[in-house]
Each structure stands twice: as structure tokens, then as C-alpha cells.
Ligand binder design. Structure first.
Ligand SMILES: Cc1cc2nc3c(=O)[nH]c(=O)nc-3n(C[C@H](O)[C@H](O)[C@H](O)COP(=O)(O)OP(=O)(O)OC[C@H]3O[C@@H](n4cnc5c(N)ncnc54)[C@H](O)[C@@H]3O)c2cc1C
Length: 480
């Protein structure tokens, strides 16, 4: 029998379908130490933002509870990671360290060093695939090299069989009492001035919460997904993104469960909806593929022409965008939803990102950073791809000249104005016909609704038509 294995939990905060944990269980070790090492400094500017930290606090607590229910517990340590692991190995006499791989460039660099150093000292060190369906380096175009366009990427993968997820362990060996742990509460993940009630109200972080979300989606929304996914006032999507980011559920589990669900459906239309949902999981894979092959993209545009784009420096406009005070209802509703709940609907993310980068011509990295700090699902791969897509400078991006009109987006995807009314109470009494363009509403309609432009709700920060034209002129300067 082997001595002791460390399972290093990172963004794989689950017990089921966890290959690193499974390797420790199957390795016939006398003891297993599950550890989480808090080392935000090692992630530089991409250390978890405020909303992510709140989530992490809850998710670690949930993982610790689940481990305790199996007879184990979570050991929490603080970085530097290499030193924390060394100390734990010394204290426990561990002979093996297992973890699941992540793909953020700074994490890859750190993990490589740790793997080499532990391996050189004779430890058994193994890492596993748990965060993705396909390793980014195993997928390439016919000509060789990475994909830069989603459709052929996903076409090459979507029919591959999905493996069965690994089962949740029934029990785990106890962790010796002499192995000490920091208290999760002492990591300082929760804000001192509490702004996070909305996050706690809306979400249930942790593995159980993730599975409840998936089941609720399959029960209530999956049969309409392809129809409803674009309407922000409708609960038409899965809301799995933060659970996926923290690995409380894995993509293999989701794809597998989706197939099981499909097998039980009698309506042939169910296939179209679930395949659309699965292709969104495909976008997540694609985002990780692009990040792995182009690790500079969180900071630099993939399309290098955009390095010369004449961005505007306008702090005041940026702040008004951040706080939902632009005077464009669809944009302001999205930014307020984000601030209140740590989430924003995908259609609205595209709209606010287009507005920032095109109508305000503010650099996409400023929006990326704000999302990083405020989204509970902030994810280096998906956020980078989303922003570069919206700005027109990324892989398979929307062409720059396709500029979303946020008022038109509202009229199409929030026709009755329910989403705007939910987040902008100042406009609650304005009818659906005028709610997306209050600046064009007749004075009487505004008066009846109690809206006083410039007083109760801001006038638009820019003219949508003029700013669109200016953005196209700016683009003319870099397109060759
Ligand atoms: C500017 C911008 C920034 C974004 N930042 C992030 C981010 O930081 N983190 C994040 O997870 N997603 C991001 N997205 C993608 C997308 O908006 C969210 O994944 C989605 O809204 C999450 O809601 P859901 O789980 O209900 O999605 P569903 O529609 O239920 O999709 C299921 C899952 O597929 C994945 N997915 C869906 N759409 C995309 C996409 N366009 N790109 C990559 N993966 C996708 C997510 O993991 C999601 O949970 C961003 C999009 C834009 C336009």
C-alpha cells in the first residue's frame, strides 16, 4: 500500500468526475489530503476579482462540507504555492501529488515548474484533464495549427463520443488531525463592506448547486433553448457559467447528462435545442483553445491592426458605462444587473461591449477588466474571447463594421421592456414602445411615466448614429 497522496484542488471544486481525486482513490493510498492553496499573487492582474472571490468563499465552504460528509476535510493553505506544497509534503510524508489541469498562461507556467521540481525529487506527480472536453493541443486544422474560426472547430469535434463521467466517491480516508488548515473565513475573500447580498440571493455556489442548476435547466428551459436564449427577461439559459468556471461541474458531466436527457424526449425538436446548448459548451472549448494557442490575447488583440486603433480616453464615459448611467436603457439595465448579481445575459453582454468599444470607442481591455472584477463567472478564456469578439479584433469575431444598435437590440430582444423595467425602476412606468428610446418619446408619454430626462434618468451620453459613423471612420484608419 502507498503512503499518502495530496489532491491539489484548484478550479475543480467537485468530488464527482474529478480525475485527480479518482487517481488518488484508485492508487490505493493509506491517506489522501485534499488541499486548496490560496495564492492570488501568482495570477498577477488576473487574480480573482471581487465577485469571483465571493463565489470562491462559498464554493470552498461547500467543498469542505462535502468532504466532511465523506469522512475527510479540506486543508486550506496560503501561497506561494510551491512552498505550501513543500511544507505539506514534509508534514504528511506524501509520496504523490495529483491535480487537474488549467489553461491560463500564468497557471500553465507555474504548474510546469512545480511538476518538474516535485518530479525531480522522486514524487509521483500527475495532472489530468477535467476542465475541458478536449485538450487544446490535440485539436488542429487539416493544415496543422490551431483553429481561429468556431464553426469548423466545433464541426471537427461535436460528433466525437462523450466518455462517461467518473462517479462521486462514497467515502474518503480521514485527514490526520495534526495536519492543520487555515480557516476559509480568514482568506479575506468576502468584502469588508458588504455589497454582495445580490450574489448570495441569486446563486447557490458549490457542486450540489451546480447539479440543481443543470437539472432545473433541463426541466424548465432546455426544450426552448434555441428560441429563448436571446431574451434577457426570460430564464432561457442554463446559468451554469460560474459553476463551470470553478469546476463545480465539468463539461463531460454536462454533455453526458444532456445526451441522457435527449434520449428521454419524445419531441424530435428537442435535439435542435440541446445541440444548440451543447455548441455553447463548444464555444467555451474554443475560447480555451484560442487562449492556449494565443496566450497574449487577454492583453493584446489577436488582429494586430487594432493596436493602432484610435481609442478614446474618456474616464467619465467609462464610469457612466460601469455604473449604468449612459442614458441608453438596454446598456444601463445590463450594467446594473451585473453590479447587483454578478451576472449579465449574453445578448446584453454583446450589446454593452459593442456600445463601449464602438459608440464610446473605449478600449476593449477597459471593459474586460470591469467584467473581470464584477462577473461571478469571470473567466480568462471566455471573457477574452467575448471582448475581442465584440470589439471585432479576435478569433471569429464579429466584423468591426457590424455595430449593434442598443436601442434596436432592446426592441428586438426585450420588446415589452420587461428586462429594462426590472433593472431601471426610473423607467418602470414607460410603455414598451418608448422604453428603449426615451429620448425620442413624446413629452406627454414621459410626463405620464414620471420620467424627467436629465433628472430622473440621464440623457444619452452619445448620439447613437453619429458615434456609429465616427467608429466606422476610425476603423477606416486601420483597415488595409
Ligand atoms: C463581452 C463578453 C464577455 C463574456 N465574458 C464571459 C466570462 O467571463 N465568463 C463566461 O463564462 N462567459 C463569458 N461570456 C460568454 C457568455 O456571455 C456566458 O458564458 C453566458 O452568458 C453564461 O450564461 P449561461 O451559463 O446561462 O449560458 P448558456 O447559454 O446556458 O451556455 C452554457 C455554457 O456555455 C458556455 N458559453 C455560452 N456562451 C459562450 C460564449 N459566447 N463564449 C464562451 N462560452 C460560452 C458557458 O460556459 C455557459 O455556461 C462573455 C460574453 C461576452 C459577449
Amino acid at each position: 500500500m502507498n503512503k499518502l497522496a495530496i489532491v491539489w484542488f484548484r478550479r475543480d471544486l467537485r468530488l464527482s468526475d474529478n480525475p485527480a481525486l479518482r487517481a488518488a482513490i484508485d492508487g490505493d493510498f493509506e491517506a489522501i489530503v485534499p488541499v486548496f492553496i490560496h495564492a492570488p499573487d501568482e495570477l498577477g492582474q488576473w487574480a480573482p476579482g471581487g465577485a469571483q472571490r465571493v463565489w470562491l468563499h462559498e464554493s470552498l465552504t461547500a467543498l469542505d462540507d462535502s468532504l466532511k460528509a465523506l469522512g475527510s476535510r479540506l486543508i486550506v493553505r496560503c501561497g506561494p504555492t510551491d512552498e505550501a506544497l513543500d511544507r505539506l509534503i514534509e508534514e504528511s510524508g506524501a509520496t504523490a501529488v495529483f491535480w487537474n489541469r488549467l489553461y491560463d498562461p500564468q497557471i500553465i507556467a507555474r504548474d510546469k515548474k512545480i511538476k518538474k521540481s516535485l518530479g525531480d525529487r522522486g514524487l509521483q506527480v500527475e495532472s489530468f484533464k477535467a476542465h475541458l472536453l478536449y485538450e487544446p493541443w490535440t485539436v488542429e486544422t487539416k493544415q496543422g495549427g490551431p483553429y481561429k474560426v468556431f464553426t469548423p472547430y466545433w464541426k471537427s469535434l461535436r460528433d466525437r463520443p462523450i466518455v462517461n463521467p467518473l462517479p462521486r466517491p462514497a467515502s474518503l480516508p480521514a485527514v490526520w488531525s495534526r495536519i492543520e488548515s487555515e480557516a476559509i473565513a480568514d482568506l479575506g475573500l468576502l468584502p469588508q463592506v458588504r455589497w454582495d447580498e445580490g450574489i448570495h440571493e441569486r446563486w447557490t455556489p458549490g457542486e450540489d448547486g451546480a447539479h440543481e442548476r443543470l437539472e432545473a435547466f433541463l426541466r424548465d428551459a432546455a426544450t426552448h433553448y434555441d428560441r429563448d436564449r436571446d431574451y434577457p427577461a426570460v430564464a432561457g439559459t442554463s446559468y451554469l457559467s460560474p459553476h463551470l468556471h470553478w469546476g463545480e461541474i465539468g463539461p463531460v458531466q454536462i454533455m453526458h447528462r444532456a445526451e441522457e436527457w435527449l434520449a428521454d424526449q419524445s419531441d424530435p425538436a428537442a435535439r435542435k435545442h440541446i445541440e444548440r446548448f451543447q455548441s455553447e459548451i463548444g464555444w467555451r472549448e474554443f475560447a480555451h483553445h484560442v487562449l492556449f494557442h494565443f496566450p497574449e490575447t487577454p492583453e493584446k488583440p489577436l488582429d494586430r491592426r487594432f493596436e493602432a486603433f484610435p481609442w478614446a480616453e474618456d474616464m467619465e464615459a467609462l464610469e457612466r458605462w460601469q455604473h449604468g448611467r449612459t442614458g441608453i436603457p438596454m446598456v444601463d439595465a445590463g450594467m446594473r444587473e451585473l453590479w447587483a448579481t454578478g451576472y449579465m445575459h449574453n445578448r446584453v453582454r454583446m450589446t454593452v461591449a459593442s456600445f463601449l468599444t464602438k459608440n464610446l470607442r473605449i478600449q476593449w481591455q477597459a471593459g474586460e477588466r470591469w467584467f473581470w472584477d464584477t462577473l461571478v463567472d469571470a473567466d480568462l478564456a471566455n471573457n477574452t474571447m467575448g471582448w475581442q469578439w465584440a470589439a471585432g479584433c479576435g478569433a471569429d469575431a464579429a466584423p468591426f463594421f457590424r455595430i449593434f444598435n442598443p436601442a434596436r437590440q432592446g426592441e428586438r430582444f426585450d420588446a415589452e421592456g420587461d428586462y429594462v423595467r426590472r433593472w431601471i425602476p426610473e423607467l418602470a412606468n414607460l410603455d414598451g414602445k418608448h422604453i428603449h428610446q426615451p429620448w425620442a418619446a413624446p413629452a406627454q408619454a414621459l410626463e405620464d411615466a414620471g420620467v424627467r430626462p436629465g433628472e430622473t434618468y440621464p440623457r444619452p451620453i452619445v448620439d447613437l448614429k453619429a458615434s456609429r459613423r465616427e467608429a466606422l471612420e476610425a476603423f477606416d484608419q486601420i483597415k488595409k
